[in-house]
Design a binder for this molecule. Structure first.
Ligand SMILES: [Zn+2]
Length: 195
């Protein structure tokens, strides 16, 4: 079956990298966290975001939280962000993302997306040197989609800088999202940046 895919389709048709699987079941995240849409039907794009925290004393990296959100809910969430926050965030990303380094990693390992995520895309910090980082990517069904944006990783420093760019109303919105969907205590909710 795989061989019969068209060339262009295959280019964006990598399977879900292990790092984006459900950390409990090791299978795909099958449903939208907000509307419960069945993402495995494969007719709607969706985003997966995960936040990791490393506990040096245990030599262990834990998933703080992970979710998949369908494109419809994702657009709604973005609509709820203030225009000011959106503008600040896009400007920050445009000015600070090291697109060249990202492109090089993709060229070097075209079939291994986890290797694209070896460094913070903003600061260039290697993953091994970070205690907290966030990853995200776009998918459709059981396939990684890279034509809107490649999978990304952002380390703690960039996360903090981006957080400081958000308006109070946007932070409140995100607080509500985290509380409603994960029951995450307020002191941890600051961790999520919606890209
Ligand atoms: Zn949804």
């Amino acid at each position: 079956m795989e061989e019969q895919r068209a060339e262009g389709e295959r280019a964006e048709g990598l399977p879900i990298p292990d790092i984006f699987l459900n950390s409990d079941t090791k299978g795909p995240l099958t449903n939208c966290v907000q509307c419960d849409y069945d993402l495995m039907k494969g007719d709607r794009y969706y985003m997966i975001e995960k936040v990791f925290k490393k506990y040096p004393s245990f030599q262990k990296t834990e998933v703080l939280f992970e979710y998949a959100v369908c494109s419809t809910c994702y657009e709604n969430m973005k609509d709820q962000m203030s225009a000011e926050s959106m503008a600040n965030l896009s400007e920050y990303m445009m000015m600070n993302t090291d697109f060249g380094a990202m492109q090089l990693r993709i060229q070097e390992f075209p079939d291994d997306p986890e290797k694209w995520l070896s460094h913070c895309m903003i600061k260039g910090t290697p993953k091994e040197e970070m205690t907290e980082f966030q990853m995200g990517a776009c998918f459709k069904g059981d396939r990684l989609v890279t034509n809107f944006m490649p999978p990304f990783m952002i380390g703690e420093l960039a996360m903090e800088e981006m957080n400081n760019l958000l308006s109070k109303e946007t932070k409140d919105e995100m607080d509500d999202f985290m509380g409603e969907n994960f029951g995450i205590p307020p002191e941890l909710r600051k961790d999520l940046i919606l890209i």
